[in-house]
Ligand binder design. Structure first.
Ligand SMILES: [Zn+2]
Length: 279
């Protein structure tokens, strides 16, 4: 058995690879040991996912959705009350404001300061190299998921020279900046209905797929907290996907395979509510 990233022998590897980090709430989308070797697994955790999850946007997403880290901690976020304060959330649902500056604490207790602001990003920072490399990693891993664990198909993925650029970009950062497409399709608090999945409205934390679109082009599509991210397996140029969107009324590729209905959409986005009148 050989690792899909470094191509080294990986029979001795023991770690399970999480396609989406556990700290984003994923416990089920995993690859068995050896598909990604221990060394590559550790590299992605430390050099790609950790810095990504420390970005402001992802800290807020985890805070807002009560998503703890592996160590069961929800990240604190910063607020401003006449100076910097921190907001803390516990898994029991309680929230606290941590004020380290005594002068600020005094002013709050006297009622001199009575408002707090929190800087919030609706989407991740743009031109985001960590995000781009994470997408490349998750793309190759999702391709493996789709083999259903077939070892000869996974060997083909290891040996494919066509996949070397995306592989080497994910693992070694080789090849400049790999462009991706990002757009907000629904709010992270939106709920969906589809009797196939559940009777009650539900939220979607993440979903992912490798999808063939026009002219036999393969894209990796990730939906994470209402934002769609797409990269092209063939290279860092994402313009063919943008053309596809233009030709298809900005529909979401994920929607091609699912008849869910959005029950609340953001009026400012270009999400086409295709199944709005289903029931
Ligand atoms: Zn490896």
């Amino acid at each position: 058995m050989h690792c899909i990233f470094c191509k080294q022998k990986s029979d001795q590897s023991k770690s399970v690879e999480h396609v989406i980090p556990e700290s984003l709430g994923n416990k089920t989308i995993i690859l068995s040991p050896g598909i990604v070797c221990d060394e590559c697994n550790n590299y992605f955790a430390v050099k790609v996912e950790k810095p990504l999850l420390e970005q402001l946007y992802f800290q807020h997403v985890r805070f807002n959705n009560f998503i703890p880290s592996k160590k069961k901690k929800i990240p604190k976020i910063k607020g401003v009350m006449g100076g910097e304060v921190k907001l803390e959330r516990k898994l029991d649902g309680s929230s606290h404001i941590i004020i380290e500056d005594e002068q600020i604490a005094e002013k709050i207790s006297k009622g001199i300061i009575n408002s707090m602001i929190v800087i919030k990003l609706d989407q991740p920072e743009s031109e985001n190299r960590m995000l781009s490399r994470f997408l490349a990693k998750a793309a190759l891993e999702t391709l493996c998921l789709q083999t259903g664990g077939d070892s000869s198909l996974i060997s083909e993925i290891v040996n494919s020279t066509e996949l070397d650029p995306i592989r080497n970009y994910a693992r070694y950062g080789i090849g400049g900046f790999w462009n991706y497409h990002q757009r907000k399709l629904y709010d992270e608090s939106d709920r969906f209905v589809n009797p196939i999945h559940a009777k009650e409205p539900y939220e979607i934390l993440h979903e992912l797929d490798c999808i063939w679109l026009a002219k036999e082009k393969l894209y990796f599509v990730l939906m994470l907290m209402g934002i769609e991210y797409v990269i092209d397996f063939d290279g860092p140029d994402i313009s063919s996907y943008i053309s596809w969107l233009e030709k298809n009324d900005n529909m979401a590729p994920m929607e091609l395979f699912d008849d869910r209905k959005v029950i609340k959409g953001d009026p400012n986005n270009n999400w086409k509510m295709r199944y709005d009148n289903l029931d």
